[in-house]
Design a protein around this ligand. Sequence first.
Ligand code: ADP
Ligand code: ADP
Length: 218
Amino acid sequence: MIELKHIEKTYRRGVETVRALRGVNLTINAGELMAIVGPSGAGKTTLLHILGCLDQPTNGDVLFDGVNTAGMPESQLVKIRREKIGFVFQQFYLIPGLSVFDNIALPLLFSKKPAQRKKIEQLAEMVGLEHRLNHAPAQLSGGEMQRTAIARGLVNDPAILLADEPTGNLDTENSEKIYAILRRLSNEGLTTIMITHNPELAARAERTVKIRDGLICP
Ligand code: ADP
Ligand code: ADP
């Protein structure tokens, strides 16, 4: 379970301060499939980055099973990110010079774990890419690229998957496939949180949280 307690995030921009989050309270249950929606500039990405321990709140507590990550040093946050959290982005961020196999395996390298062929093959199969393991990202369709990114996000067995606009660059058919994968993962117990502008996707999440001007709408 993740609990956000009165999260505030303020950015400095020159002499201006931007209040990106203004007191967000949110409890996310283990295995939940949650959509975060709201207009551009509302604070969605900021919230996701705080959930992912990529950024720290200015104020407030971020509790993972009771452990507060707010104020933790970066060295500890890195560990939490690697062990507990998988990330998926709109832009995929695959490494062009590496095969699909090596892209999926990349987080293992950063965690100083050995490449586990079997595991990578299983993940590729789970996202329907078992026949693409030796391809380069440029040889894939957009949907295949995102499915590669999902497999990469799962290779460290995270408890939480965070997805920022996972279908933002995909057509309806490919968005459906991504949704089906996320749904299956959440049914298997993975806590899955996605930012989306896709109303159909948001409608099918177990819970939709709407953010506006740095606050969750009631
Ligand atoms: P959303 O994802 O809903 O579009 P963001 O979380 O990206 O919203 O941004 C919320 C607000 O914070 C916006 O006004 C944005 O310009 C500002 N912001 C986000 N990141 C930064 C940053 N690194 N530095 C300064 N301002 C930022
Ligand atoms: P998206 O809308 O796809 O979520 P954004 O365009 O809002 O992404 O933001 C992309 C990245 O730029 C994010 O990491 C965010 O923190 C950062 N960012 C957003 N607004 C600003 C800003 N005004 N100044 C600096 N960085 C920003």
